[in-house]
Design a protein around this ligand. Structure first.
Ligand code: NAP
Length: 280
């Protein structure tokens, strides 16, 4: 199959590596020619260009640009496409994108691979990034079944774990497990940096180990991505932030009130429930 990828960064480049390994021919388009050259050098694409016209003969195009550029990219692509070309995107937020793009290009299937690293850009692309991780597709009533099947088969090529849901349900769920954790983890780092005693702060940095590595990881990731999550999923994110603040207040009350048994009960519950959010 001829696969187009627009936006050769962490996600786009990683997809290119895996699609090529499956025998697909990959046509990449990115903003900068230096990125196109790197994508060719690391063998993430067969062809690379800054010109959307080079995607004219592709069967399926994955839009892997930053979220804010996904809809403008579709508008720029459309004049170059055959009507049978399938478009799909990888944006971390779905409701606003699906409602903006579906009327522009009926052969569109919204998607979101739940995979990533703290890195960004083409040099961060790695093989097998999607293996075993959820890859959600968010079709709506008028999404053509044939387009959905073809995108689902490509997700299978990436060895992603395929899931389907409504775009709005997707945004509410990822607010809990992806966007809120970024804000909480970033707040943790920011609060720690506000420690006024420089000696304590220096010691904290020296003592930080695996627990800090786990809890600070997503707060130390790509800032643009975090900003886009808040901007494009504001309503759902705010709901989870308010609920989290309420939970923190309850935790403060419990500790201030020295209700140690109550604290332990909460921690027993969180310990028991956590595995249900994890696959391994
Ligand atoms: P990234 O590493 O920064 O890659 C995005 C790439 O898009 C950049 O390398 C840039 O390449 C290219 N680009 C920017 N403007 C462009 C334009 N106008 N036309 C063509 N290419 C353009 O970001 P990413 O982490 O791969 O994220 C890309 C998308 O994946 C986002 O929509 C994000 O929501 C989604 N996503 C990310 C993750 C994650 O954890 N990172 C997970 C799931 C989904 P140049 O060097 O050419 O400018």
């Amino acid at each position: 199959m001829n696969i187009g990828i627009v936006g050769l960064g962490l996600i786009g480049g990683s997809m290119g590596l895996d699609f090529r390994a499956c025998g697909h021919e990959v046509w990449g388009v990115s903003q900068r020619s230096s990125t196109c050259e790197t994508a060719l050098e690391i063998a993430a694409v067969d062809h690379a260009s800054t010109d959307f016209a080079t995607l004219a003969l592709t069967d399926v195009i994955f839009i892997c640009t930053p979220i804010g550029l996904i809809e403008p990219t579709v508008r720029r692509l459309i004049p170059h496409l055959r009507s049978e070309t399938i478009l799909t995107d990888v944006g971390s937020v779905k409701a606003s994108l699906v409602s903006a793009i579906a009327p522009l290009w009926p052969n569109f299937v919204g998607g979101h691979p739940m995979s990533g690293t703290a890195e960004s850009g083409i040099r961060a692309a790695i093989p097998h990034l999607f293996v075993g991780n959820p890859y959600v597709l968010t079709p709506i009533d008028r999404t053509p079944t044939a387009a959905m099947t073809i995108v689902a088969n490509l997700v299978a090529d990436l060895q992603g774990q395929l899931l389907y849901c409504q775009p709005e349900a997707h945004d509410r769920a990822v607010a809990w497990i992806s966007h809120l954790p970024v804000m909480v983890s970033a707040s943790l780092i920011a609060a720690c940096l506000n420690e006024a005693d420089t000696e304590v702060l220096t010691l904290a940095k020296a003592l930080a180990s695996s627990g800090w590595r786990d809890t600070s990881r997503v707060g130390g990731g790509n800032p643009e991505l975090g900003q886009m999550m808040a901007e494009y999923n504001q309503t759902a994110l705010l709901k989870t932030l308010y609920a989290y603040r309420q939970q923190l207040d309850a935790m403060i009350n419990t500790v201030e009130g020295e209700r140690w048994e109550s604290l332990k009960t909460t921690l027993i519950k969180t310990q028991a429930e956590r595995p249900q959010f994890l696959r391994d």
